[in-house]
Design a protein around this ligand. Sequence first.
Ligand SMILES: [Mn+2]
Length: 287
Amino acid sequence: MKLEKIVSLANKNSEVRFLAMVRSLRATGCNLPVWVIPYDNNKFDLPENCIWWEMPEVIAYLDAAGSHKMMRKYQCLLTTNYQYVDSDVVFVRDPEKALLNANGFVTSCGHWLHPEHTYVAYTLELFKEKSTLWEKNVFNAGQYACDVQLFDFEGLKAIIESKPEIKEICLNARTYDQVALNLLIFLSGIEVNNLTLPPFRMESTWAGNYTDDNFERFWKDEDKKPYIIHWAGCNFDIARPIDRLFMDLLTTQEQQVLEAQLKEKNKTSVHSIRRSLSKLKRMIKRS
Ligand SMILES: [Mn+2]
């Protein structure tokens, strides 16, 4: 495909991670514009050649339904020739070159090995009905590329509202955007090409697969070297050597901001676990 832009989703809270992602992109020699979907109104000053990208009709539609802000990624389905990346991604090769021989809807994640978080009961039935090898078509919603426009806004709305089950998955605030995007791509009918499978056979793009100091030994063959590394589900504060690829892109002050954010996040999740536990205890006492 002929890549024309990088798309991401960010707000002030993810600014530091976003900056690392953009710096890594520029370091590969790629000067494509970065279109940034605002996660909410909490914006920040973007670096050079980055623009805020809002499709008012999409945002108004999702907001009216009370959808999760992550669903704003649906804007990607209405455009062409893009690579979408979350802000917990760094580029390690020029995406324009890496995607030159890939067409259609392209992923490079390992969810075909671990498809668990890509479906719910309803969508799994649909996937299984279509193919005995449905696992090769699921993907991570934090890293994908596509050269064709899959829907126009009216078409997207029509497919979301075609069945109550589909509407519930695509618009419900509690649904994980990954399940909804996997469903919408499935319903679009486009084939999913995963670069870690033949004929490409790229090495893993997930940071969690690289556990020791010598992680670059897997990348001797330039064609098989992943072009992005995604931290999906891994925390940056775990002292994995591969975290250097991310941290080295930040100033000491920015690293401190990120570390403080991670501490806060861990604290909140410990708090919410404690809250659920005490609620459970109260329920058991009462019964
Ligand atoms: Mn991510």
